[in-house]
Write a protein that binds this ligand. Structure first.
Ligand code: CP
Length: 307
């Protein structure tokens, strides 16, 4: 089986079988990454260009490592010193990168829909590395991979996603994925950041940590996205932590084997305490490690889809 599209734009567009294929392929690549020589020649001769119009630590570096592990030639476009600052349009930039021989374009952009726009205008495979408040598909895939590694099947698990749901592309991609797999998804946060209409996505909404976290198997904390917020979603970060921050006391109502996740970057002392972030239930750094295998799988399968 192969992926049905030349691009990975979102989890919404993927079938459950395609997601399973990506997770299974990543499992094979994770074994490769444990070897002394962590490189395979699978995509030798192909070229990947990383176009990051927004800051990134984890996604950009793990895409670059994934590309290098697959023997791709890699180009990182330095957006701030490129002709983008002279007013070149996104499509023109992408067409020029394609003219240089790009087979894959990995794009992060502050505008929702930017990868979809590229997908319609270029022949290279487009991978969404986070678009505005829309989706971050490879993050949800690496999260699912980590949950399966730690807890087995996703179906039937109770999974809480906590915090700034309104501005979170990570939350959206995870909601699409986890509901496709039959998990009970709970969204927890203040009413200003977790709209009640979210229930139309097949999730339960809680505005109280103690009832939302009760008996959950997974707690997925989200970053408060100050850069996407106007004023007035909550009174102060101190107050936010008091009501919505994850502490040992709050976590005590979750299942005894519950794991704690965070896509990063974390705001310690605002959405999560250091005691929990660095504690035994945290799988936050394992999520980062799994990101390389997931991104290798996506690149490899998209190459197959292109034939
Ligand atoms: N999780 C995530 O997208 O992190 P970065 O912003 O560092 O890529």
């Amino acid at each position: 089986m192969k992926l049905f599209s030349k691009d990975l734009l979102g989890i919404k567009e993927l079938t459950k079988d395609e997601i399973i294929l990506i997770l299974d392929t990543a499992s094979g690549f994770k074994d490769v990454l444990k070897r002394d020589i962590k490189k395979v020649p699978a995509l030798r001769g192909k070229t990947a260009v990383n176009l990051f119009f927004e800051p990134s630590t984890r996604t950009r570096t793990s895409f670059e490592l994934a590309e290098k592990r697959l023997s791709l030639d890699v180009l990182n476009l330095a957006v701030t010193t490129s002709s983008v600052v002279k007013g070149e349009s996104l499509i023109d930039t992408a067409l020029n990168v394609q003219a240089l021989g790009a087979d894959f374009m990995i794009i992060r952009h502050s505008s929702s829909g930017a990868p979809h726009l590229l997908s319609k205008n270029i022949n290279a495979s487009v991978i969404n590395a986070g678009d505005g408040v829309n989706e971050h598909p490879t993050q949800a895939l690496l999260d699912a991979f980590t949950i399966k590694e730690k807890l087995g099947e996703i179906e039937g698990l109770r999974i809480a996603i906590v915090g700034d749901i309104l501005h979170s592309r990570v939350a959206k991609s995870n909601i699409y994925l986890l509901t496709k797999f039959g998990a009970e998804v709970r969204l927890i946060g203040p009413p200003t950041l977790v709209p009640q209409e979210s229930e139309s996505l097949g999730v339960k909404v809680f505005h109280d940590m103690d009832s939302g976290l009760r008996d959950v198997n997974v707690v997925m904390m989200l970053r408060i996205q100050m850069e996407r917020q106007g004023k007035g979603f909550f009174p102060s970060t101190l107050e936010y932590f008091r009501y919505w921050g994850l502490t040992a006391e709050r976590l005590s109502v979750a299942d005894d084997n519950a794991i704690v996740m965070h896509p990063g970057p974390m705001n310690r002392g605002i959405e999560i305490s250091s005691e929990i972030a660095d504690g035994p239930r945290s799988v936050i750094l394992e999520q980062v490690t799994n990101g390389i295998a997931i991104r290798m799988a996506v690149l490899y399968l998209l190459a197959g889809a292109r034939g």
